[in-house]
Design a binder for this molecule. Structure first.
Ligand SMILES: Nc1nc2c(ncn2[C@@H]2O[C@H](COP(=O)(O)OP(=O)(O)OP(=O)(O)O)[C@@H](O)[C@H]2O)c(=O)[nH]1
Ligand SMILES: [Zn+2]
Length: 181
């Protein structure tokens, strides 16, 4: 990957041998690998067994989980927040694991719609939840730094599974609690 970054830097007309750029291909490769390290993980590894029996069927919400991903069209970042809610039936997830699921799928080449669905499906599968709701609000640098150059548009995607899809009142409770109507 280092070699390829070196070629890209040359292709934009830069001198890869100048002092400031000498280690850049190596650094860029390391950074790019980190930003895509979600491919090296599986759901089981990420959850690490942190699934707990709990005698509850009430809604669990974790909101404002920071999200960083790369759009698969331009390899530019999209950045935002992810809100997750679920209705358990006897099993709950370790709190940090929701954020780890977001990172695992976020650190891959993505479109926001697919990322939202993958997170929802992972939570549903992990704890056999009665329902899962995921909302992502993000700004896409490919729309800000280039292309249409719109600085203030936010893309919102949502995936509602199970009871969140079937019952308007459950969906509304979730949307109210994350402050979106
Ligand atoms: N639906 C969706 N579209 C995305 C996402 N990230 C980037 N895009 C869009 O992917 C599209 C790619 O369009 P193309 O016309 O093939 O590429 P382009 O010429 O670079 O497009 P512009 O961005 O309009 O300049 C653009 O409309 C992007 O805004 C995403 O997460 N979801
Ligand atoms: Zn893009």
């Amino acid at each position: 990957m280092e070699e390829y970054f070196s070629k890209i830097i040359q292709a934009i007309g830069e001198d890869v041998n100048r002092e400031g750029l000498r280690d850049t291909p190596k650094r860029a490769a390391k950074a790019f690998k980190f930003l895509n390290n979600g491919y090296e993980k599986t759901l089981d590894e990420v959850l690490n067994g942190a699934i707990f029996q709990a005698d509850t069927e009430d809604m669990v919400i974790v909101k404002d989980i920071e999200l960083y991903s790369l759009c698969e069209h331009h390899l530019l970042p999209f950045i935002g927040k992810c809100h997750i809610g679920y209705l358990p039936q006897g099993k709950v997830l370790g709190l940090s694991k929701l954020a780890r699921i977001v990172d695992m799928y976020g650190r891959r080449l993505q479109i926001q719609e697919q990322l939202t669905r993958q997170i929802a499906t992972a939570v549903e599968t992990a704890i056999d939840a009665r329902g899962v709701a995921v909302v992502i609000e993000a700004k896409h640098l490919c729309m800000m730094m280039r292309g249409v150059e719109k600085q203030n548009s936010v893309m919102t995607t949502s995936v509602m599974l199970g009871i969140f899809r079937e019952e308007i009142s459950t969906r509304s409770e979730f949307l109210n609690l994350i402050n979106r109507k």
